[in-house]
Write a protein that binds this ligand. Structure first.
Ligand SMILES: [Zn+2]
Ligand SMILES: [Zn+2]
Length: 356
């Protein structure tokens, strides 16, 4: 195989991403080459590009870790994948080590994250380990009126909150609070609802609150700008009472990735609560950590999602229980520099997926 693809590479912080030719060499035994259908633009990519967050792989590097596509070449141990539509996990564990064998692939020391540890998905092609690939049933995809590029966002924006919701043990009758219902948080709210929770969505952007309520992802919305932080817990408590939901054991998902949002989420702790930190910020907050003790509460985090959970998360999308199309917009890959600027300036309300 001597075909040539291309990838858009970052060479320095904030410098234009440049197109490079990509020679397609045959994948190793346990690897596949995927022709990329779409790659989502995540805030993590912007962190590398604008804020100087270091990538593990030295620059120049193609960013992008929310990837879907079709397997066009496979090594000798991965031939069963040839021709199949797939989602590539944002964190690809080795599958061999002790942690992986115990289902803890997100902390596998040999994990590979495209666009961080290895060349990423802002490209026509990518070569990755076959381990962890998630097959996409294309007839169900068509029935759901989605394209393969649309489901690229399953690789991070959907599966990361999915792992958080599973870890938090959300079940029918749970009261879940989702703070920040942009990209990741919007899916978090939909996932918790799909698993039987009654969801209270909090955001500072009324448009985002409207959007999540419109798809049935939240039973109540609260604009954090209109509520004194001290009254937030009372407001959620009143809603719980009104709906006959428990006053204790709330599951609280912090998806805003802001210091203010983390304060809000921590302030919602009730007895037996679970606080899941899904969003990321470098900012620090001052907390009385002993509240965890006093409330017999717990705080959890998760770095991505283990590949074992991808099929169930994708099922929710293909069954229409997570609405995706309202929250995704496709752009040509060669407009990557403009799209990065638009995302950085918060000009896009939907997740951008770059299509080669
Ligand atoms: Zn991401
Ligand atoms: Zn491992």
């Amino acid at each position: 195989m001597t075909a040539i693809g291309k990838r858009w590479m970052m060479s320095a912080i904030g410098q234009p991403l440049l197109e490079h030719a990509l020679e397609l060499t045959p994948p190793a035994a346990s690897e596949v080459t995927v022709q990329i259908a779409g790659c989502g633009v995540c805030h993590t990519d912007l962190g590398y590009y604008y804020n100087g967050v270091r990538t593990n792989h030295p620059l120049p590097l193609a960013l992008g870790h929310e990837i879907s596509g079709r397997v066009v070449a496979a090594g000798s141990d991965a031939e069963s994948w040839l021709g199949r539509a797939v989602i590539i996990p944002a964190v690809i564990p080795c599958g061999q080590c002790d942690l992986c064998r115990r289902g803890k692939g997100t902390i596998c020391p040999n994990q590979k994250m495209p666009g961080n540890d290895i060349q990423g998905g802002f490209a026509t092609h990518i070569t990755v380990p076959a381990h962890g690939l998630c097959a996409v049933d294309e007839s169900r995809l068509r029935k759901a009126e989605l394209s393969l590029a649309d489901v690229a966002v399953v690789a991070d924006a959907v599966t990361t909150p999915y792992q958080a919701v599973i870890q938090a043990r959300v079940q029918p009758g749970t009261l879940s609070v989702v703070n920040g219902v942009g990209g990741v948080g919007g899916y978090c709210a939909q996932i918790a609802t799909a698993l039987g929770a009654t969801v209270v969505a909090i955001d500072v952007d009324p448009k985002k609150l409207e959007a999540i309520a419109a798809v049935g992802g939240a039973a109540k919305t609260i604009n954090a700008r209109e509520v004194d932080p001290k009254d937030m817990k009372k407001l959620v408590g009143a809603f719980a009472k009104e709906r006959g939901l428990p006053p204790k054991e709330w599951t609280i998902f912090e998806c805003s990735g802001t210091a203010a949002g983390q304060q809000t989420a921590f302030g919602l702790l009730v007895h037996g609560a679970t606080l899941a930190v899904v969003g990321f910020t470098m900012d620090k907050v001052e907390l009385r950590l002993s509240n965890l003790m006093a409330f017999h509460a717990r705080a959890l985090g998760n770095w991505g999602c283990v590949p074992e959970l991808y099929p169930a998360a994708l099922d929710l999308v293909l069954d229409g229980r997570i609405k995706l199309s309202q929250f995704v917009e496709q752009h040509p890959l060669d407009s990557i520099n403009e799209v990065f600027e638009s995302v950085h300036a918060h000009r896009l309300s939907r997740r951008a997926v770059l299509v080669p």
